[in-house]
Design a protein around this ligand. Structure first.
Ligand code: TXA
Ligand code: MG
Length: 342
């Protein structure tokens, strides 16, 4: 396994060429995007794609996103490009937006889990774009973590989960956005958000008018609801993750509750804004960012969860942001991470 340290703004050419060579030969390379690290393989190479599913322990019914470096490459893969597409492309591509459209036959079924559609995006990261260009093929890439675990925002996170089971990692430091791309189904009218992410619902509505949101449990969630098992557990750390309402008072109540249950202070991990962490002596705290700055909180979400997980803690407590801007994507990840029924 090879690790190439690269400058995100001016990646070393040789590193990119070596990584591209591995992709061309059917290997797996983890690479940075603006959202999270992806685990890439040649989208046309069915054997290589199968390896992605094996290494990630990902069920084959869960389709992959195909990453391309320009519109020409995208047009090779999809048919019936809807009018909406070009409006969205003009505003958000490259960027953290994945669009689901009807696929051409050239896209292997294993990539799309047998669906008639394919999810495509143009990542806004020079390392990702240069890797795709040098490989000369579209790169299918899920997040570079074990299925169900928190997504990787650094090369160290990738190493921790996938270690020596992949062929290389392009390490360009921490990713900028920190949550995955927004997945929008363009085969539906109005276009429908299947997964909230780096482009907010408000931003999409500004250019498209009406946009639907598929997962309305993200909006309706209240502490304690929905009941475990109603949603699939995902993005989850190895210890229980408990949500609180988005205010310091509720955080304090939950801390007290856990202490009464017999948890020692240092066993309790907290991901919360710095000014909510007064009088938390002895607890294991990660200063998340400032409440209301959803971009900053999104960027540090998985970083914080990984950091806490590597301390000796038994539980993590996190306040739940409102469904505003990137707060919606953070809510989605946290609600799924806290669902404990497997
Ligand atoms: O930011 C991102 O999107 C990252 C980086 C690496 O690009 N990738 C990522 O991939 O998050 P993954 O595999 O972890 O999540 C892809 C999501 C899954 O929820 C999958 O079900 C959905 O996209 N998806 C893929 N193809 C689809 C399709 N044809 N129709 C509907 N959903 C699809
Ligand atoms: Mg993922």
């Amino acid at each position: 396994m090879k690790i190439w340290k690269v400058d995100p703004n001016k990646p070393n050419k040789n590193a990119i060429l070596e990584a591209a060579e591995i992709i061309k030969k059917g290997g797996l390379v983890a690479f940075p995007t603006e959202t999270v690290y992806g685990l890439g393989a040649n989208a046309f190479d069915e054997k290589a794609i199968l390896k992605i599913f094996t290494v990630k322990k990902r069920p084959v019914w869960d389709p992959l996103i195909v990453h391309v470096c320009n519109l020409e490459m995208l047009e090779l893969l999809v048919k019936e490009i809807p009018e909406y597409f070009y409006t969205l492309a003009k505003h958000f591509m490259p960027g953290p937006l994945t669009l689901v459209m009807y696929k051409k036959q050239i896209v292997p079924d294993i990539v799309t889990a047998g669906l008639s559609t394919v999810a495509i995006r143009i990542p806004n990261h020079s390392v990702a774009l240069k890797l795709i260009e040098a490989s000369g093929v579209p790169i299918a890439a899920p997040s570079a973590n074990i299925f169900g675990r928190p997504s990787p925002t650094t090369a160290e996170h990738v190493l921790q989960d996938l270690g020596n089971s992949i062929d290389g990692i392009l390490d360009a430091g921490q990713t900028m956005i920190g949550v995955e791309s927004t997945v929008v189904d363009l085969t539906k009218n109005p276009p429908t958000i299947l997964r909230p992410g780096g482009i907010s619902k408000e931003m999409l509505e500004e250019v498209l008018g009406k946009v639907d949101l598929f997962q309305n449990q993200i909006l309706n969630y209240e502490f304690g609801l929905p009941s475990p098992g109603m949603i699939i557990r995902h993005y989850a750390p190895s210890v229980p993750l408990i949500l609180t309402d988005g205010n310091p008072k509720d955080l304090k109540i939950k801390i007290k509750f856990l202490k009464n249950k017999g948890y020692k202070s240092e066993e309790i991990g907290i991901l919360a804004p710095k000014d909510w962490l007064k009088n938390t002596n002895g607890l294991t705290c990660f200063e998340w960012g400032s409440w209301g700055n959803w971009e900053e909180l999104a960027k540090r979400l998985f970083e914080g969860i990984h950091w806490l997980e590597n301390k000796k803690i038994s539980v993590i407590i996190v306040p739940l942001p409102p469904p505003i801007g990137l707060g919606l994507a953070i809510r989605d990840r946290l609600i799924k991470a806290s669902s404990f029924k497997e």
